[in-house]
Design a protein around this ligand. Structure first.
Ligand SMILES: Cc1ncc(COP(=O)(O)O)c(C=O)c1O
Length: 457
């Protein structure tokens, strides 16, 4: 299949390069206005963009959006894209879900931030505890913040310095999680800007699904908290093996270590996340990104035991700033949008629709991979689907890292955009929202089949 020495995902680099170049030209020709507007970068912004990740899309220049609604984006050149990236999960429930848009409109004239509770708050705490099963909650603005605050509480109440992460994890820009296993040893994740600390001093790291390594790392008795996603979603997707979560819970309890489950991506599983669906019993629970329908907001919840210990800790600690909290956290716009999302968007009916179409997507992509005899596979966690340009299943973050095919993935990404579908830029992730239609899924499957066919020919 490969047409030159080096290959990715079974495809030779010359073929990948040729596809990328041809598709880049098609992309450009369809976007004269965007290209002129973007120029060599938008004036006044460092790197030409308001946030540097916008330069990481594989397209020749970023798509300049005119508007987005439901599961569709329209660019300033009038191109319509079926959106399966959905803001990399921030818009998992579609762009501007109508109940959220109405709630924002209502709140817009009643104050946007005042550092006080309001009438929506009176119902929100109960909505969160009923839905996710943990009794006490706090609201923050990003999943990064929520993780950071929850980890502080874990260290405070256990009086232990360390956390444990799984190789390949991502929990936002939480410094102490930025560790990787390199040749079996912990190291700072490569590429960290301005990081002068040795992050491995207070972070232990083992591979996901490796129960023996986990037991050994926890046996030191110095780990306050294990932080993990229930399924690793931030490299190529890694599913937990049978019994892994049960072992994780048993071992953390035995070691006096807390367990933080970060559901920011796996909330795709169902209205109560992977935790509710599979009966996980975390001590701390974090959810960000889509929890307020796209308005920046996050939540972190505590078990009754953690809340009790945290209260005792606060009573005993010296007076002074906790080092947790940000000024715009827990503002009325978040309350309004989150209430609307929980009550009217994250419903059983919407999740049933998402699951059904995600299954159709999984089946369609798998069939195309088989039809072209490619050594690739498809993974799905509820409404979240990923094709991986390597054989599967992947067992851990190390394997997931090795499965990446950056040049191939980039070429496929641009080719899909040219066929009217947008998937996530950093890995081959596709989300199905309540607004996504069967026609959109079929279009993606067709486009993927065409591109796979060209690569395999
Ligand atoms: C599992 C997980 N947790 C936390 C975050 C951080 O979210 P944010 O960038 O909104 O802080 C991410 C971001 O991708 C994530 O994937």
């Amino acid at each position: 299949m490969g047409s030159s020495g080096h290959s990715e995902g079974g495809i030779g680099s010359a073929r990948i390069k040729a596809l990328r170049a041809a598709e880049a030209e098609i992309f450009r020709r369809a976007r004269p206005k965007s290209e002129a507007a973007f120029g060599k970068g938008i004036t006044g912004f460092f790197g030409g963009v308001p946030m540097h990740w916008m330069n990481d899309w594989p397209t020749p220049f970023p798509i300049v959006v005119e508007r987005a609604s439901g599961a569709t984006i329209r660019d300033v050149d009038g191109n319509r894209l079926e959106d399966f990236c959905l803001g990399d999960t921030g818009s998992m429930f579609g762009h501007s879900p109508p109940p959220v848009a109405r709630a924002i409109k209502r709140q817009a004239g009643r104050g946007l931030t005042y550092m006080l509770p309001d009438e929506d708050t009176l119902v929100l705490g109960k909505l969160l505890s009923d839905r996710f099963g943990l009794p006490e909650w706090q609201i923050a603005t990003t999943a990064t913040d929520a993780n950071r605050f929850a980890l502080r509480v874990a260290r405070a109440i256990t009086n232990r310095p360390k956390i444990l992460v799984f190789n390949g994890c991502y929990h936002g820009s939480v410094d102490e999680t930025m560790v990787r296993l390199v040749n079996g040893r912990a190291a700072n994740r490569p590429g960290l800007a301005g990081e002068f600390r040795d992050l491995t001093e207070n972070t232990r790291i083992v591979e996901f699904n490796d129960v023996a390594a986990l037991a050994k790392a926890l046996a030191h008795g110095d780990v306050a908290c294990v932080i993990t996603e229930p399924v690793l979603t931030n490299s190529c997707m890694v599913m937990p093996e049978q019994g892994f979560h049960a072992a994780l819970r048993r071992l953390t309890r035995e070691a006096g270590t807390l367990l933080l489950i970060d559901e920011t991506h796996t909330i795709s599983t169902g209205p109560g996340g992977y935790t509710k669906r599979f009966g996980l019993k975390p001590d701390l629970f974090v959810l960000g990104k889509p929890v307020a329908g796209g308005v920046p907001a996050s939540v972190w919840g505590m078990s009754a035991d953690v809340a009790r210990r945290y209260r005792a800790y606060n009573r005993a600690k010296e007076a002074g700033y906790s080092g947790m909290g940000t000024t715009l956290s827990a503002n009325p716009l978040q309350f309004a949008a989150m209430r609307a999302t929980l009550e009217d968007v994250m419903t059983d009916a919407n999740y049933a629709h998402m699951e059904r179409l995600a299954q159709r997507l999984e089946v369609g992509l798998s069939a195309a991979i088989r039809a072209h005899a490619l050594p690739w596979h498809v993974c799905r966690v509820g409404a979240r689907v990923e094709f991986i340009c390597a054989k599967g299943p992947l067992r851990n973050g190390g394997e997931a890292e090795a499965a990446h095919a950056p040049a191939l993935e980039a070429a496929i990404h641009v080719a899909l955009v040219n066929r009217g579908v947008l998937i996530a830029p950093f890995h081959n992730m596709m989300l199905v929202s309540p607004a996504t239609t069967g026609r959109q899924v079929d279009r993606l499957v067709r486009a993927f089949g065409e591109v796979a066919g060209r690569l395999a020919a």
